[in-house]
Design a protein around this ligand. Structure first.
Ligand code: GTP
Ligand code: SPV
Ligand code: MN
Length: 593
């Protein structure tokens, strides 16, 4: 319990609404975790995996209609629609409280309401924010215990009277027609009902750390971003830190924990993982940008993860991990498409059905065993490449910011912006092919500025303005780059091997930050010279690098049309600087034609 009166009153009020049979206050202890795991197993919410092969690991299956974030059911509830902007679904706070309140009413009858005090960021750090989530889901409690700092230490903070985000969650009947993920920035409140999945239900993650935090960050003068944070230790021992924003399922977890490839000219690089999904960045007293990862765990995409593509993640998920919507094998271990080891002959698929590898549907298509958005929840401390600086209260200094996405044909492997303002334009004009991480049309290109389209808690025009302002406030700005690991050839094969080999691109990026390597100026930015990226030990098909770095002005001019349509949605609110950059780019492209 707590002596925080505001908190006690809020819990009382929410309990009167949801009407749980009992209220349980989480202390975050190991004893509590084991007790809740047992209860979840007894109730069929979790299945205990083979504890010799996978100690501390459990398996969970969601409802079939609850396998990804549902962006169309996610709302920003500000007094006026303009504040939320055309990038968000909007509902008035009155209507939202009423609508969701009707579903919450009595929703916890016969159930326990868990009270989860949690901190995003190291407890007590100047970066950190406290939240309290009320939920009826043991699965959510156990996931929050991995993803956040949860329990007693946070209750102590609350006892001091710190402000906190009020997070109310109930799985209710999992009916999509009665599912809402509502954000009330003015009230520092989140209400989520009708889903038990990831970003919909673990309210410390996208809801607090991005949608609510981006709003707070705008007021307080910092940045809350959908970014990984990694350290690249040079052979001489110096570590450069990088923050990178890619849309969901576009490679943040993989890049954050990459293993240096063999054969680089400069050997002895080492990668340190700070975060794989969210970065909070502030300007420190030195005028530079410093970052922390507010999370304590990874909620990562399972398919494609194996000891070749991501050895660190493969090692991380060997213990203390919750697997969601993957294949359950008969020996009580797990599997997914692109997993290590033998393809299982049979198992239980993500839908709970008996499944054999190679089964096809009536259209002749392969039937996935694991859902494409199946995930693992694992403590980041279990990642072999974890940096000891994840606990540092002042974070790490950022040398480079990288934007990127999936673009089969347009964007080159890497380019550098001319300056901060142009870099903000590069981020603001990002687009990417959609993935299974959100319900919607997979493969369709959509504009996703800074990988924040589903996560910016206010009008994106103002958000771009905030980025521009942050640049003016810094004594030294990080350089801004764009990467694309997903360019394909005429047969739709990836031209770039990706994964660990991406370090070759990071090496160029860091050398650019340290003024150690020349670049070629193009209409869209600086690109590496033909020998700029170290290719020793890599057998790419002839011409691949040329194709990877190719910039086609006609295609870019075509892209500009889509960008202008997107910018137009923001009307007069869009910062003039972005239209200036737009005009300058158009001019450079026409000159190059
Ligand atoms: P969220 O957790 O949804 O925010 O995703 P993320 O950005 O962390 O993406 P993640 O690293 O989990 O990668 C998603 C998918 O992209 C996986 O299936 C990977 O196998 C694939 N992927 C990651 N990096 C690369 C790469 O360098 N090249 C290619 N071709 N695929 C990659
Ligand atoms: C994403 O979709 O960007 C994720 C997973 O990282 S979720 O927590 O569901 O948002
Ligand atoms: Mn993400």
């Amino acid at each position: 319990m707590t002596s925080n009166k505001q908190l006690l009153e809020w819990i009382e009020e929410m309990a009167q609404l949801c009407k749980p049979d009992s209220i349980y206050w989480c202390d975050g202890s190991v004893e509590e975790k084991e007790r809740l795991q047992q209860e979840a197993v007894d109730k069929g919410i979790l299945l205990e995996l083979d504890q010799e092969k996978l100690p501390g690991c459990f398996y969970h299956q969601t409802a079939l209609n609850d396998v990804a974030r549902t962006e169309h059911l996610t709302f920003i509830c500000t007094p006026d629609k303009e504040t939320a902007g055309p990038n968000n679904n909007w509902m008035s706070p009155e209507e939202a409280y009423k609508k969701a309140g009707g579903i919450f009413d009595g929703s916890m009858k016969g159930r326990t309401m868990f009270v989860i005090p949690f901190s995003m960021g190291p407890v007590g750090s100047p970066f950190s924010k406290v939240g309290v989530q009320l939920t009826d889901s043991i699965y959510v409690v156990l996931n929050m215990r991995i993803m956040t700092r949860m329990g007693k230490a946070v209750t102590n903070e609350l006892d001091k009277g710190v402000d906190f985000t009020k997070c109310l969650h109930c799985t209710a009947d999992l009916d999509v027609d009665r599912r809402f993920i509502m954000h009330f920035p003015q009230d520092n409140t989140i209400w989520s009902v009708g889903s038990g999945y990831g970003g919909n239900a673990l309210l410390g993650k996208k809801c607090l750390s991005l949608r609510i935090a981006s709003h707070i960050a705008q007021n307080e003068g910092w940045l809350a971003e959908h970014m990984l944070i990694m350290g690249v230790e040079h052979p001489n021992g110096y570590v450069d830190y990088i923050a990178a924003a890619f849309p969901s399922a576009c490679g943040k977890t993989n890049l954050a924990m990459l293993i240096p490839p063999k054969g680089l000219k400069r050997e002895g690089y080492r990668i340190w993982t700070i975060g794989d999904d969210i970065a909070w960045m502030r300007i420190d007293s030195d005028g530079a940008l410093w970052a922390v990862n507010p999370e304590a765990g990874c909620f990562g995409v399972a398919p494609g993860t194996n000891s070749k593509t991501n050895p660190n993640a493969a090692a991380m998920v060997q213990r203390d991990t919750i697997f969601t919507n993957v294949v359950l094998k008969s020996d009580k271990t797990v599997w997914w498409e692109g997993c290590d080891g033998q393809v299982p002959h049979n198992g239980i698929d993500w839908q709970g059905k008996t499944w054999k590898h190679g089964m096809i549907d009536t259209n002749g298509n392969y039937i996935n065993g694991a859902h494409p958005n199946s995930r693992f929840t694992a403590p980041i401390a279990n990642c072999p490449s974890v940096s000891h600086r994840i606990e540092h209260h002042n974070g790490v200094p950022i040398s480079a910011i990288i934007f990127g996405g999936r673009r089969a044909h347009l964007a080159p492997l890497v380019y550098e912006s001319f300056n901060w303002q142009h870099g903000v334009f590069v981020g603001a004009t990002m687009a990417s092919e959609m993935t299974a991480a959100q319900s919607g049309a997979v493969g369709k290109v959509r504009r996703d500025p800074m990988a924040m389209l589903p996560f910016c808690g206010y009008n994106m025009a103002d958000y771009f303005g905030h980025w521009l302002k942050m640049g003016r406030m810094m004594a030294r700005t990080p350089k801004i780059f764009n990467v694309n690991w997903f360019r394909t050839d005429e047969n739709n094969n990836f031209l770039w091997p990706g994964y660990g080999e991406n370090l070759r691109v990071l090496e160029w990026i860091i050398d650019r930050c340290n003024n150690k390597v020349q670049a070629i100026e193009t209409p869209i930015g600086y690109v590496p010279a033909s020998d700029g990226i170290d290719m020793t030990g890599l057998n790419l098909q002839a011409d691949a690098m040329k194709q990877l770095l190719n910039i086609n002005p006609a295609n870019w001019l075509e892209e500009l049309k889509d960008i202008s349509e997107f910018f137009d949605k923001f009307g007069d609110r869009l910062p003039k600087e972005l239209w200036d950059e737009y005009a300058a780019l158009e001019k450079r492209l026409r000159t190059a034609m």
